[in-house]
Ligand binder design. Structure first.
Ligand SMILES: [Zn+2]
Ligand SMILES: [Zn+2]
Length: 104
């Protein structure tokens, strides 16, 4: 596999590959990200959703962000690893949690 970026969850049931550069990347320190990850912040890269190939079943949990947008967090239903994020204010974009990156 020659994808520019790839990664998977802890158990390996969900994996993804991306053959494009992210639109942007950054760290989110919001309280919801801290709470959902149990960590100080979540490093994420935002891609165009159509550039991301996902293999496996992903569950999404929706919450309301401070901005009023709906934030859907995608995780593996088997091991609970958070991999993806969707935002109602950014149609067509998919966030990838950078901690899940790595060779498949
Ligand atoms: Zn998993
Ligand atoms: Zn956040």
């Amino acid at each position: 596999m020659n994808a520019k970026y790839s990664g998977k969850c802890l158990c390996g049931k969900v994996s993804y590959s991306v053959n494009a550069e992210p639109m942007f990347s950054g760290n989110c320190h919001c309280k919801d990200c801290q709470r959902s990850s149990g960590s100080a912040f979540i490093p994420a890269m935002i891609f165009r959703e159509k550039d991301v190939d996902i293999i496996g079943e992903v569950k999404y949990f929706e919450s309301q962000a401070d901005s009023g947008d709906t934030h859907s967090r995608g995780f593996c239903p088997n091991c609970g690893s958070q991999l993806f994020a969707r935002f109602s204010g950014m149609a067509g974009a998919l966030g990838v949690k950078a901690g899940t990156l790595g060779k498949l």
